[in-house]
Write a protein that binds this ligand. Structure first.
Ligand code: NFS
Length: 669
């Protein structure tokens, strides 16, 4: 294996990296090589919660014998470390959800004139879930009530987070039994920090149980709120064509990258770059036009709704900058490498920060405010255009880019299985029962420079679909699959097993469905709940032939996501070394004990082949427990015939219920 392949499995990324390395430019890849991680901290055996330490709980019998100065055991220290990661991840997604609530509230109160409720149908759906009357009422009144009700989820001290009731009854019963129904998002985060400080909870199981409660406050709270309100404000996604690669930048146009997570400013920038005056302004500076691209989860948000191309996930952010073609990288929140501003000094790129919560020395700060959204978006785009004459790089290092089909919301997946009038999960459940589809895997999470970045995603994506496993992807995993050219219907013909291929061809979908950003992992929760309601499989989320995999995880957010899936009943496998690997007891709680209580688990497994084997084993075991037909490639049981596209079009002449639905749309149409 040569050097570039070891660092990143993405050919275009390797090309840029090679160019940068020949000029001595530092990136996360070179830093990952230089900075060896501390094995004590890496495995969760280091306690830093007070100033008697840090205490390092190491030694031959550390599990039983090692203690911190206060007496905390290794399992307690490891459990505390994991719980604090969950709290941070929940806080991060929770804050994102809160910002979406404030935006909806500002829109409903007429204070954010540049936005409006785009998906009234989804607003009514959410109002219905929350028990808010919507019929015959002005849209903004309903929106105000929805926003106000969801805002209560953050500060509630007693009771339950609103969306808990969306889970299947049996799943809720398990949560009640073990005391992990989340009350308020902020309360659960605060309690993790409280419980895990020095001299508090000294029982690893108790600490981890509360970590699950905080994680559920993310999955069925912060993140789910974020997904719903983003759909309400900007439209529920339906299939859309786009492109993915570092090759999306154009030599003769002003290139702007929107990077981060919150879609509010990004939505405005999408509007503004198409304004004739703005294009004329770009031409006045010598450019042929304006080219907008995305990075990380902001990319996923605007790709899902507008077909804006993505330059890739987390590890591509520095490489994008190194193309020398970007006039402005506009960042909002989360997963923004502090290295960007140092690197930008070597090029003409302006790093523009836009959030109070993310400031960087060396960046230009242009504070976003939803009350003056378009005005600020125009200022940002003009700043990028003004920078075009400063560009030194003449030509892109990378030419190749890949087509992508994105935009699979729960609403669209339901629609595609029966049309407007018969939308349901019946065909998917039937296909699983008959063994055409072996099971479902959520392939999610970050791409990591400590492994051949994006490579494990690519390996698992191809192997899973080869094994007739339907893959749904989110976050940087979607970027990894997209920049590899995997998010197309052709992927089914070339790589999927016979059963999955047949289903994909019948419905006209790729075998890997791009569900959106990391907060949109909650779409998987609501899809799994709908499948449980549909019948024929498990009557709760637990026990479904479904697994979550985050093969290159990096962030605390990913840990929080892994925990809310585990608590909801999904076995989850993370790649890389376990952040609590030092403690056998903690490992056992997260795998065996959680499986017994919730039918979910959180494993850490560095070997991609083993990850695959574990996932297939979980799926087959679930099939067996549900007494489903034994999976055999190419051999299926009887099932209902899926409607093909042609038949569905005859049935439906009326307008599609969701943006982009009714066939695959070209970007922007
Ligand atoms: Ni998810 Fe999205 Fe990517 Fe990881 Fe970061 S961008 S929120 S955390 S690195 S998948």
């Amino acid at each position: 294996m040569d050097d570039k392949v070891i660092k990143t499995a993405n050919k275009e990324a390797a090309q840029v990296l090679e160019w940068g390395e020949s000029r001595g430019i530092e990136t996360c890849f070179s830093r990952a090589e230089k900075l060896k991680s501390c094995p004590i901290g890496e495995s969760g055996a280091c306690c830093k919660v007070c100033h008697m330490g840090p205490c390092r709980l190491v030694g031959k019998n550390a599990e039983e014998e090692a203690h911190g100065i206060c007496g905390a055991s290794l399992p307690v220290v490891a459990a505390r470390n994991l719980a604090r990661m969950v709290a941070a991840g929940t806080a991060c997604h929770g804050d994102h959800g809160r910002d979406m609530v404030f935006t909806l509230l500002a829109v409903a109160e007429g204070e954010a004139k540049d936005f409006q409720v785009k998906d009234v149908k989804k607003l009514y759906k959410v109002a219905g879930i929350l028990g808010i009357e919507f019929e015959g009422r002005p849209v903004n009144d309903v929106a105000k009530d929805v926003a106000s009700r969801l805002l209560e989820d953050f500060g509630r001290q007693r009771g339950e987070v609103n969306y808990v009731k969306r889970a299947p009854k049996k799943t809720q019963e398990r949560w009640k039994k073990f005391g992990i129904v989340p009350r308020g998002i902020d309360r659960e985060v605060a309690e993790v920090l409280d419980r895990t400080t020095m001299g508090m909870d000294a029982d690893a199981d108790s600490i981890l149980t509360h970590a699950l409660r905080a994680a559920l406050a993310n999955g069925w709270g912060g993140s789910m709120i974020s997904t719903d309100l983003t759909d309400i404000l900007f439209g529920t996604p339906g299939p859309v064509k786009a492109e993915a690669s570092l090759g999306i930048f154009k030599d003769d146009e002003v290139n702007i990258v929107i990077h981060g997570h919150e879609p509010t400013l990004a939505e405005m920038i999408v509007d503004v770059v198409y304004e004739p005056e703005m294009i004329a302004y770009a031409k006045s500076k010598g450019a042929k036009g304006i080219n907008l691209g995305g990075m990380c989860c902001t990319a996923n948000e605007v790709m899902m709704r507008h077909g804006i191309p993505t330059a890739g996930g987390f590890t591509n952010q520095e490489l994008g900058l190194m193309t020398g073609l970007i006039e402005a990288m506009v960042v909002d929140v989360q997963c923004i490498m502090p290295a960007l501003t140092q690197l930008a000094k070597k090029f003409h790129t302006k790093i523009i920060t836009t959030s109070e919560k993310v400031k960087m020395p060396g960046a230009t700060h242009m504070q976003f405010d939803e009350h003056r959204a378009k005005e600020i978006a125009r200022e940002i785009v003009r700043t990028a255009i003004d920078n075009f004459p400063n560009r030194i790089t003449q030509r892109s290092h990378v030419a190749e880019k890949f087509p992508v089909i994105a935009g699979f919301s729960q609403e669209y997946i339901e629609y595609m299985q029966g049309g407007r009038w018969r939308a349901s999960f019946r065909p998917l459940n039937d296909a699983i029962m008959a063994g055409r589809i072996r099971g479902v895997v959520g392939l999610a999470g970050c791409d990591n420079p400590r492994v051949p970045a994006t490579g494990i995603h690519k390996f698992l994506a191809t192997e899973l679909i080869k094994n007739d496993v339907l893959v749904v992807s989110t976050g940087c995993s979607s970027a990894s699959c997209g920049t590899a050219g995997f998010l197309t219907p052709e992927m089914a013909l070339e790589h999927a097993g016979p059963g999955l291929r047949e289903v994909c061809v019948a419905i006209g979908i790729p075998p890997i469905l791009h569900l959106g950003a990391c907060v949109d992992n909650t779409r998987i929760l609501t899809i799994a709940s709908a499948m449980a309601d549909e019948g024929g499989l498990s009557d709760e989320i637990g026990g479904m032939p479904a697994v979550g995999i985050a093969p290159e995880f990096i962030t605390e957010k990913a840990i929080s996501i892994g925990c809310y899936f585990a608590a909801s009943g999904v076995p989850v496998i993370f790649g890389g070394e376990s952040p609590v690997g030092a403690s056998k007891e903690v490992t056992k709680i997260m795998t065996e004990v959680w499986f017994e209580r919730f039918m979910g688990a959180l494993h850490f497994e560095p070997d991609p082949e083993k990850i695959l084997a574990m996932a297939l084993n979980y799926i087959d075991k679930a099939r067996e427990a549900l007494k489903l037909r034994k999976y055999e490639p190419g051999k299926f049981g009887a099932e209902r015939v899926l409607m093909d596209m042609a038949a569905r079009r005859i049935l439906e002449k009326s307008a599609a219920p969701h943006a982009g639905v009714g066939g695959i749309n070209e970007a922007g149409s």
